[in-house]
Design a protein around this ligand. Structure first.
Ligand code: ZN
Ligand code: ZN
Length: 395
């Protein structure tokens, strides 16, 4: 048994997120994609929490269900604080086993003066270490996963975080952190090089701010879709595989300065320094740069800890490419829905569907495109300084 999970999601109550992110729409898209377990997202927001309590049906031991889809209660919190004279911003994914615990968490956050009725991803003035201790105090079954750990501003190991290791961020709570979310701009291969992450389970989720982006990264766990096997999976690295973006497609892969159109590899930055060669402003140092900085000479992970992963390009992008239309056009959307429905979901289409099925349902050009992406035959323009990269099948 295995289940495919997307556990970094947002509702329409989180800033910069689509107003279409309702429970019903999220479930419909999860089914279209082929996802088995979703995070409720944003459980500290009063209006969203009321919707969750009204609609999610308890399905035993930390599990909830709505319209045939399994849920766990989860949210993202943004810790903003000072440590050793430096300001720190770290995003955490937090999971709770039931609504009572969620209420306890809301009380604790209110006590810390967090504003819970604005952003669905509230700011908390507490260190990542203290917040983790408080959460586990409320219920030891709570789980904390540092989110998109490499992004420059809000990632635990990002270039602006001031942390070079999990221990520096979590202190005595570090052993309670079993997993890290890699984010779009890095893949497991990059994370395996970093000694500071040895022994931690590597997970990937979408951080979708709109429905089509759900499931753009996913983790497949062993067991049954629910809280218990999720906890066991995070603790014991019971990950079957992660499904990843090409890391170059993420918006902080390389270093650079977007306004000046400057992007640099770590080697180029090593030669010219960390300021923009055009305007002299500091470059936004990307994920590849940070991974290089924190990598040991030797690969620290042994084979047992590594899990397989697939690198995919979103089906909507492949269709836009093969049909020669924009991603948001009606023809791309119609083709997307039809192909997903006929071939058992986007994840299956991208990872498993045979050439003949792809050709029959999506046409020869799509079948070739999917096959090329699976084989890594792609043309890449890497992302930098907040600008997404592009990945397309090689000509
Ligand atoms: Zn975040
Ligand atoms: Zn510049």
């Amino acid at each position: 048994m295995a289940f495919t999970a997307d556990l970094h999601l947002h509702s329409r109550y989180a800033y910069a997120c689509s107003k279409h992110l309702t429970l019903a729409n999220m479930v419909a898209w999860a089914k279209l994609k082929g996802i088995d377990l979703l995070s409720s997202a944003d459980f500290t927001h009063p209006a969203w929490l009321a919707e969750l309590e009204e609609n999610l049906r308890p399905a035993g031991d930390g599990d909830y269900e709505f319209d045939g889809m399994r849920f766990v209660l989860g949210t993202e919190l943004s810790c903003v604080y000072k440590q050793e004279g430096r300001s720190r911003r770290v995003h955490l994914l937090v999971f709770a086993p039931d609504f009572d615990t969620v209420r306890g968490i809301r009380e604790m956050l209110t006590g810390l003066n967090s504003k819970l009725n604005g952003d669905g991803r509230p700011t908390v003035v507490a260190s990542a270490r203290d917040l983790t201790a408080r959460l586990l105090d409320i219920d030891p079954a709570c789980m904390v996963i540092p989110a998109h750990i490499w992004t420059p501003w809000y990632g635990m190991l990002g270039s602006k975080s001031g942390f070079d290791a999990l221990d520096e961020c979590f202190g005595d709570m570090a052993p309670q952190i079993h997993a890290v979310e890699t984010g779009l701009s890095s893949d497991p291969e990059m994370n395996w090089r970093v000694p500071a992450l040895a022994g931690k389970t590597i997970v990937s989720f979408s951080d979708a701010h709109s429905l089509p982006n759900m499931g753009r990264e996913l983790t497949v766990f062993q067991g049954d879709a629910g809280y218990r096997d999720l906890a066991a999976g995070l603790k014991g690295n019971r990950v079957e595989q992660t499904i990843e973006f090409f890391p170059e497609e993420g918006k902080y892969h390389l270093s650079g300065h977007r306004k000046c159109g400057i992007s640099q590899t770590p080697d180029e930055t090593g030669q010219t320094g960390t300021r923009c060669p055009k305007c002299g402003r500091p470059l936004t140092l990307g994920v590849l740069h940070r991974v290089r900085e924190l990598s040991g000479d030797e690969r620290p992970f042994d084979g047992g800890e590594r899990r397989p992963y697939a690198r995919l390009a979103p089906l909507i992008e492949l269709l836009a490419h093969t049909l020669g239309r924009g991603r948001a056009t009606k023809s791309v959307s119609l083709a997307y829905h039809r192909i997903c429905r006929e071939l058992g979901g986007e994840v299956r289409v991208l990872t498993q569907a045979g050439f003949d099925d792809l050709e029959r349902v999506g046409g020869e050009a799509l079948a070739i495109a999917v096959t090329k992406v699976r084989a890594g035959q792609v043309q890449i323009v890497p992302g930098f300084d907040g600008q997404y990269g592009t990945v397309r099948p090689a000509d």
